[in-house]
Write a protein that binds this ligand. Structure first.
Ligand SMILES: [Zn+2]
Length: 323
């Protein structure tokens, strides 16, 4: 975890200096950072896996042991479960988690909500653009991380500095907790997709699904947007339940949840599919599904975690009301 602190220091300089450099220097620098994040991701995932496995049933433990994890170097920000049994997390995703966790910790500790919301808007636009570039095999553009954003946007982030952040143990601890929690959430969410076989599918419209069904054809690998939303909500519910069993509150995953709330079809599996619901609906579905999930309810009752879950819900609803 400490190395995230070091990389943030590097990013501060990287972000401000990047514009004066040639594009090949920029690309090489971004690539170096991605490699760093991929290495850190590998390390964090390998420390979390045994703890995650400890809260799984015996069959789920065997499945978890069979999963391969791969942190890949790309400007495309996402995480996903492949049908070959691998969970992939991109370096860009790990970098964004670090930066949003920094911004959230600063916003919470020094009361800077305007800076936080401006940054989330900026980040959503920039990373969407980088995902588009990655899809066309073009190099990514530099994206300001938290400290550089504070320096670049004194109009909304006045008073926030890297030095101030580093002098606050509370802010730093909160950031590290959120980075760790976000990765637990991703591991749990993707594990659920492996567990329920959500990785084998072909997205079709409701009409096509109905036609295929009526024609008596095999529809087991077809999924409609509505069915996919339910699968995403089920994966979230599973991840939250496991976080709680590991003694981590789901609110700790806010860096991932908030970042993706800015993207249509919010999910770690970033998609531009227009059939997906708006991010706000996605949040609502995530909460409602989890609230109805009997296994989740049993877990939080057993562990006496209802107040924490209610606080999490209240915070998410606040985000929904003030996106
Ligand atoms: Zn998913």
């Amino acid at each position: 975890m400490k190395s995230f602190r070091v990389i943030c220091l590097l990013l501060c300089f990287a972000g401000t200096a990047m514009y004066a450099q040639t594009s090949s220097q920029i690309n090489s620098r971004i690539n170096t950072l991605y490699h760093f994040y991929a290495d850190r991701g590998d390390y964090l995932i390998s420390t979390i896996r045994p703890k995650f496995r400890a809260v799984l049933s015996a069959p789920d433990q065997r499945l978890e042991e069979s999963i391969r994890y791969d942190t890949i170097i790309t400007g495309n920000t996402n995480a996903f479960a492949t049908r070959e049994g691998t969970t992939i997390v991109t370096a860009s995703m790990l970098q964004i988690i670090d930066s949003v966790a920094t911004m959230l910790a600063a916003s919470q500790t020094f009361s800077a909500p305007q800076c936080l919301s401006s940054y989330l808007n900026y980040l959503t636009e920039s990373t969407n653009e980088n995902s588009r570039l990655a899809a066309r095999s073009l190099p990514p553009q530099p994206v300001l991380m938290a400290f550089s954003f504070w320096a670049a946007r004194p109009d909304v982030c006045s008073g926030l500095t890297e030095a101030k952040f580093r002098n606050s143990t509370a802010a730093d601890n909160l950031r590290e907790l959120m980075i760790y929690s976000s990765i637990i959430y991703i591991i749990g969410h993707e594990f659920a997709h492996h567990k329920y076989g959500d990785t084998q599918y072909h997205m079709v419209t409701d009409d096509r699904y109905k036609r295929e069904l009526e024609a008596g054809r095999d529809v087991t690998t077809f999924v409609t947007p509505t069915q996919q939303r339910t699968k995403e909500a089920r994966a979230d519910s599973f991840a939250f339940q496991k976080m709680i069993e590991m003694d981590f509150t789901p609110i700790g995953a806010l860096p991932v949840l908030l970042f993706f709330s800015g993207i249509e079809g919010f999910s770690p599996e970033l998609t531009s599919n227009a059939d997906h619901p708006a991010a706000i609906c996605r949040f609502e579905e995530m909460i409602e599904y989890t609230d109805r999930d009997p296994e989740f309810k049993t877990t939080i009752n057993k562990l006496h975690k209802e107040p924490e879950w209610q606080a999490f819900e209240a915070q998410l609803r606040n985000v929904i009301r003030n996106p």
